[in-house]
Design a protein around this ligand. Structure first.
Ligand SMILES: Nc1ncnc2c1ncn2[C@@H]1O[C@H](COP(=O)(O)OP(=O)(O)OP(=O)(O)O)[C@@H](O)[C@H]1O
Ligand SMILES: [Mg+2]
Length: 398
C-alpha cells in the first residue's frame, strides 16, 4: 500500500521536489562566472595600480569594446580624462572606503552620453593584494526599457483602433462600388458614366488605403533567413527605383546567425524605413545623399519586458535633414506624416511587422543624422501571432 501512496499525484510531487533538493548543486566557483555573465549591471575589477583585471559582458557592452582589448589597461586609458567616474575610482582607491555615486554622467566612445549609478568597493584584504570593485548601473537603460514598454502598448492600442475603423469603412465600400457598377450599366449616355467612373476610382483608392490601414493579416511564415540577404534585396530595389542615384554604405557583421522570420515581412519593414530615408534625402537624390546599412549583434538586450541573450540590430542611417523634434515621438503612430503626399502608414506598418517578430524599431534624429534601429531577437524566440482582421494586404510592398 505504501507503494500506492507514493504514486498518488500529491506524493509524487513531494518525491520530485525531494529529488530536486537532493540534486547536487554546482560549486559556487562554477556559478560565479555564470552569474557575472548574465548580470545586467556592469562589473569591473581593478588591481591596486588601477589596471583592469576583469570586466563582465554588460561592461563590455557599455564600453562597446571586448574584454580582450580592455583587460590590462589602466582606468586612465579606459575612461575619459577628467570624468566623474574616473575621479570616483581614484577616490575609492585613496580613501579605502566604499561609496555610491548617483546619477553620474559619462561620455563614452562615439560621444555617447549615459547616466549611471556607480558603486566603488575597495578590496583591501592585504596591502599587497588590494584592488577595487566597480559596479555600474545604467540608468538611461532602465528608463529606456520602461519607456519602450509603454510605447509598444500605446502603439498597439492605436493600431487596434485604426484597424477597427478601417474594417468598418471597408465593408460598406464594397457595396458602394458594386452599386456604382450596376448603375453604370443602366446609364443611357457615356457622358453620365464619367460620374460613376469617379465613384469607382475613388472607392478603389480608399480600398487601397484601408487595406494598408488594416496592416498585416497573416501569421508570419517563418524560415531561417540571413538578414543581409534582406538588406541587399532592399538596396537593389531602391537602387532600381532611384536609378542608382543613392549612395549606399554597407557595414555588415557577417557572423550574425540566421533569424527565424518571415522574409517578405522583413523586406517590407526595411523597405518602408529605407524609402523614408530616400524621400528625406530629396527627390531627385543629391550626390551627397547617403544611406548607411549596418548590422551588429547585441548581447543581453531587453525588448519590451523580455530580455534576450542575443539580438540582431540593423541600423538604417541617412544624412537627410532629420525628423522635426515635435514629430519624433509620434512617427510610429498611424496617419502621422510630414509629407504632403504621405499617408503616415509606412512606419506604423514597419513597427507592427517587427513587433510580430518579437522585435522593436527605435529612432533618433538630428539634422544630418537620422538613425532607425531595428532590433530582432535571435535564437529561440518565436514571433507573436497577429490578431489582425482579414482584408489587409500583407505583402504589397509599401
Ligand atoms: N529618415 C527620415 N528623415 C526625415 N523624416 C522622416 C524619416 N523617416 C520618417 N520621417 C518622417 O516621418 C513621417 C512618417 O513616416 P511614415 O513612413 O510613417 O509615413 P509617410 O512616409 O509620410 O507616408 P507613407 O509611408 O504611408 O507613404 C514622414 O512623413 C516623415 O515626415
Ligand atoms: Mg513612409
Amino acid at each position: 500500500m505504501a507503494f500506492t501512496q507514493t504514486t498518488s499525484p500529491q506524493s509524487g510531487l513531494v518525491l520530485a521536489k525531494t529529488a530536486d533538493m537532493n540534486r547536487e548543486k554546482p560549486p559556487i566557483t562554477d556559478l560565479a562566472p555564470r552569474i557575472l555573465e548574465n548580470l545586467t549591471h556592469c562589473v569591473l575589477m581593478f588591481d591596486s595600480d588601477l589596471r583592469l583585471d576583469y570586466i563582465n559582458p554588460a561592461g563590455e557592452m557599455l564600453l562597446s569594446v571586448s574584454a580582450k582589448r580592455l583587460v590590462g589597461q589602466t582606468a586612465d586609458a579606459l575612461l575619459p580624462t577628467g570624468s566623474h567616474l574616473l575621479a570616483a575610482i581614484k577616490k575609492g582607491l585613496n580613501t579605502g572606503h566604499p561609496f555610491t555615486e548617483h546619477e553620474v554622467g559619462i561620455t563614452l566612445s562615439g560621444r555617447r552620453e549615459v547616466t549611471v549609478d556607480c558603486t566603488i568597493t575597495p578590496l583591501a584584504s592585504h596591502p599587497e593584494d588590494s584592488g577595487l570593485l566597480v559596479e555600474i548601473q545604467q540608468l538611461d537603460r532602465q528608463l529606456r526599457i520602461s519607456r519602450e514598454a509603454q510605447q509598444i502598448t500605446q502603439q498597439q492600442t492605436i493600431r487596434t483602433l485604426v484597424r477597427g475603423l478601417a474594417h468598418e469603412i471597408k465593408n460598406p465600400l464594397g457595396g458602394l462600388r458594386g452599386a456604382a457598377q450596376l448603375l453604370e450599366r443602366e446609364l443611357p449616355s457615356e457622358a453620365l458614366k464619367e460620374y460613376t467612373h469617379i465613384i469607382i476610382g475613388e472607392a478603389d483608392r480608399l480600398r487601397n488605403l484601408v487595406n494598408r490601414m488594416l496592416g498585416p493579416n497573416t501569421l508570419p511564415r517563418t524560415e531561417a533567413i540571413n538578414i543581409h540577404q534582406v538588406l541587399e534585396h532592399v538596396r537593389q530595389l531602391v537602387n532600381v527605383e532611384n536609378h542608382g542615384g543613392i549612395t549606399f554604405v554597407t557595414d555588415y557583421d557577417p557572423s550574425i546567425p540566421e533569424i527565424q522570420a518571415d522574409r517578405d515581412q522583413l523586406i517590407q519593414a526595411v523597405l518602408n524605413v529605407v524609402r523614408n530615408a530616400v524621400q528625406a534625402i530629396g527627390s531627385p537624390p543629391t550626390d551627397i545623399g547617403k544611406i548607411t546599412l549596418r548590422t551588429r549583434a547585441r548581447r543581453q538586450f531587453t525588448i519590451g519586458n523580455l530580455r534576450h541573450k542575443l539580438v540582431c540590430e540593423t541600423e538604417i542611417i541617412d544624412n537627410g535633414p532629420g525628423i522635426p523634434e515635435h514629430m519624433l515621438k509620434s512617427i510610429f503612430y498611424p496617419m502621422v506624416t510630414g509629407r504632403a503626399e504621405g499617408t503616415g502608414l509606412g512606419l506604423s506598418i514597419a513597427q507592427s511587422l517587427i513587433n510580430q517578430h518579437g522585435g522593436l524599431i527605435q529612432c533618433d534624429s538630428r539634422p544630418g543624422h537620422t538613425r532607425f534601429s531595428l532590433m530582432l531577437p535571435l535564437g529561440n524566440t518565436h514571433p507573436r501571432s497577429t490578431t489582425a482582421p482579414s482584408g489587409g494586404n500583407t505583402h504589397e510592398p509599401h
